[in-house]
Design a binder for this molecule. Structure first.
Ligand SMILES: NC(=O)c1ccc[n+]([C@@H]2O[C@H](COP(=O)([O-])OP(=O)(O)OC[C@H]3O[C@@H](n4cnc5c(N)ncnc54)[C@H](OP(=O)(O)O)[C@@H]3O)[C@@H](O)[C@H]2O)c1
Length: 231
């Protein structure tokens, strides 16, 4: 999305929350950090005279997406979301669908298991309720504070990942269960193929709900919307 905007010479700004230490560079002017809720975002939109907003956040960044819907409605700024479709199970997959992280904890077995907890760093604490399991975490940055899980190992890596690498990872750690958010897209899907190859159960967390808004799954569609939607 950023590349397409830059190539089209659009006057655009890219916003990162500031969660990772060294975010990927983008071919657009960058701002980093929260806006300060709906009110802060609305002030930003007005101050910077933003004419259009593209919500290209991760499908699990629901708070930001909700704030954007409200701020754009209040500021009467046209909004669309650029969102990849969710993954769906393929033949041979063994998915257990759950609604949220708490339900994913409950879906784990009682007997000790070796779990690849592929959900990032923000929602780990709930899994401390099942301390009998060994957890494998894959994080972008080295954790700064102690992790809330008594028995875990950490891989520091940044996607995109490939199937051969993820298969080797699952085998190396003797993984028996995968917990994943239904992020969609190609960059993080290799773990699903690797789990399928090993016939492992996948506890798949469904996407959180966001208020209805215009959604495009394709960069070209967003670019067309930007060109055809009056400010
Ligand atoms: N959640 C995931 O699984 C996940 C995975 C990969 C990448 N990410 C990315 O990491 C960022 C944070 O995710 P999250 O789940 O913590 O978000 P979140 O819970 O939806 O948002 C929490 C707060 O972080 C700030 N924020 C989030 N995205 C922002 C952005 N692009 N620019 C400026 N501020 C932002 C906002 O703060 P204020 O209220 O102060 O404005 C927001 O209220 C998102 O941009 C998302 O795309 C998330």
């Amino acid at each position: 999305m950023a590349k397409a905007l830059a190539e089209a010479g659009m006057d655009a700004v890219f916003s990162y929350a500031g969660r990772t230490a060294n975010p990927v560079a983008q071919p657009l002017p960058l701002r980093i950090g929260g806006f300060g809720g709906v009110g802060g975002l609305l002030s930003y939109l007005r101050k910077e005279e933003i004419s259009h907003v593209v919500d290209a956040t991760h499908p699990f960044a629901a708070q930001m997406s909700r704030n954007v819907v409200r701020a754009c409605a209040e500021g009467e700024v046209p909004l669309c979301a650029y969102e990849r479709p969710p993954w769906s199970p393929a033949a041979g997959d063994n998915w257990i669908h759950v609604g949220d992280t708490e339900a994913a904890v409950q879906a784990l077995p009682q007997d000790p298991a070796r779990v690849f907890l592929a959900i990032g760093k923000q929602n780990l604490a709930g899994f401390a309720a099942r301390p009998q399991h060994h957890y494998l975490l894959r994080l972008v940055d080295e954790p700064k504070a102690a992790l809330p899980l008594p028995d875990c190992s950490v891989e520091i890596a940044r996607g995109p990942f490939d199937e051969a690498g993820d298969l080797a990872l699952l085998k190396r750690h003797g993984i028996t269960h995968l917990v994943s958010k239904n992020a969609g897209g190609r960059g993080a899907s290799a773990k699903l193929a690797a789990a399928r190859a090993l016939n492992l159960p996948i506890i798949m967390i469904d996407r959180p709900k966001v208020l209805p808004r215009k959604i495009y799954g394709d960069v070209a569609e967003v670019m067309a919307w930007l060109s055809h939607t009056p400010a």
